[in-house]
Design a protein around this ligand. Structure first.
Ligand SMILES: *Cc1c(COP(=O)(O)O)cnc(C)c1O
Length: 430
């Protein structure tokens, strides 16, 4: 093969995978404008990679830690060491990192129900929490909700979807306010995602009113997007899912709760049982993937961030509204693109799906998902079912016809997925 052939292979393989010459050239041009941005992301990833490595070394992670236990799981050194690694990374006294935590919603449920008692009130000072939390708290009536246990809820919205409404927050805090829940990521809303710095300011304000209020951060999608985490700016607990950022795409299940010792112990006795707490919970066969996924997480998160920024820049250039903008600072990995037509939402998701390593041959269709008020289309061809640190997208088929895109285990794959989505959206215009 000559040098010339070599130089052509990248362009060629994109063509073979359905990317036109025009789209290829346009994407390269867009990418050249993002170099500085990407360097900054690489610097964050570099810091976080070393932070994770140092935590593992300081805790003397050994080969024996990678093997799990069965049955009750007493003296599970791999599990206990991993929890100390998490404590080091998040700079907390304690951590609960378990495969028995089934997902992010469950982790949040355990953290809340373990730490609240009848008569207590939860306050969300950052607007409506993530959809699934509505049923956990009982904002929407639901069997087994905290509301059924006599726990009440109050909420203060962000001003203009942006800034904290300090006066209203102060007014909302009463004698029963026991816990404040702060969602870092915008999730699938239009408000902005909070930076760790902003979360710190909010917590300082709340602690200034009453220092015994527990400040909990829903950290889903935010881990490793910055060099510090909310627990370093005063959060008493941070909570997340292992099939998002910190699982690095390898963890097949699980969630974590990190924070101050009494609050983690309260969560642990709720997860397992009073009297047993953290002592039980066999890790089975998952520890290797928890460690290895955590180790990869900083660079996987960086890939997802680059993919999101690339999508923002490319679709903005094509005249679509994007949130956040390609130039905005980033504190989570979710990208919204408003495509303004149902056809384009479907095309975008088709493109993402066709870029998948698993089920790439499948065509996604909108369907009436339980709990949603309009058909939803989802694209995911993931190694871990439902994993949203892997390249994935979903869009409700309703005004303003926005898709939410996230993930990308490698930057090259995230890039390709966006190019496919863009190509499919362009094809609808022909
Ligand atoms: C994903 C997510 C959750 C819930 O996690 P699941 O694993 O889907 O149950 C909660 N909060 C936020 C902000 C999320 O992004």
């Amino acid at each position: 093969m000559s040098l010339h052939d070599n130089m052509n292979t990248t362009r060629d393989i994109y063509r073979e995978l359905g990317i036109s010459e025009d789209v290829y050239d346009k994407c390269e041009l867009i990418l050249s404008s993002l170099e500085e941005r990407f360097k900054e992301i690489d610097r964050v990833a570099e810091y976080n990679q070393l932070k994770v490595l140092k935590a593992m070394q300081d805790e003397r992670v050994s080969e024996a830690c990678l093997n799990g236990t069965t049955g009750y799981g007493y003296n599970d050194i791999g599990r206990d060491t991993l929890e100390r690694v998490y404590s080091r990374i998040f700079k907390t006294e304690e951590a609960l990192v378990r495969p028995q935590i089934t997902c992010g919603t469950h982790a949040l449920t355990v953290a809340l129900s373990g730490n609240l008692r009848p008569g207590d009130e939860i306050l969300s000072p950052v607007g409506k929490p993530y959809d699934t939390l509505e049923e956990v708290i009982g904002i929407r009536e639901s069997r087994g909700s905290l509301a059924e246990y006599g726990i009440t809820y109050s909420q203060v919205d962000l001003k203009d979807g942006k800034s904290f409404d300090y006066d209203a927050i102060k007014a909302a805090i009463n004698d029963r306010t026991r816990l404040v829940t702060i969602q870092r990521s915008k999730g699938y809303q239009t408000r902005k995602t909070l930076s760790v710095g902003e979360i710190g300011e909010l917590i300082a304000f709340i602690k200034g009113i009453r220092s015994d209020i527990i400040c909990m951060v829903d950290n889903c999608y935010g881990e490793f997007t910055e060099t510090i985490e909310p627990t370093e700016v005063g959060a008493d607990m941070a909570v997340g899912s292992l099939i998002k950022n910190p699982g690095g795409g390898l963890a097949p299940i699980g969630g974590y709760i990190v924070g101050r010792k009494p609050f983690i112990e309260n969560a642990a006795v709720r997860l397992t049982s009073p009297g047993l707490g953290k002592e039980v919970g066999a890790s089975l066969e998952v520890l290797r993937s928890f460690y290895q996924g955590l180790f990869l997480s900083p660079t996987v998160t960086a890939s997802a961030l680059k993919s999101a920024i690339f999508a923002a820049a490319l679709f903005k250039d094509a005249g679509f509204d994007v949130v956040p903008d390609a130039t905005d600072s980033r504190h989570d990995i979710i990208q919204a693109v408003t495509l303004k037509s149902p056809k384009k939402v479907i095309a975008f998701c088709k493109g993402i799906q066709s870029a998948a390593p698993v089920d790439g041959f499948v065509t996604p269709e909108p369907w009436d998902m339980p709990g949603y008020d309009s058909p939803v289309i989802m694209a995911a061809g993931a190694f871990i079912s439902g994993s949203s640190i892997e390249l994935s997208a979903d869009g409700p088929i309703k005004e303003p016809y926005a898709v939410y895109f996230q993930g990308g285990l490698t930057w090259a794959h995230g890039k390709f997925g966006i190019m496919k989505a863009y190509q499919e959206v362009l094809n609808t215009e022909k």
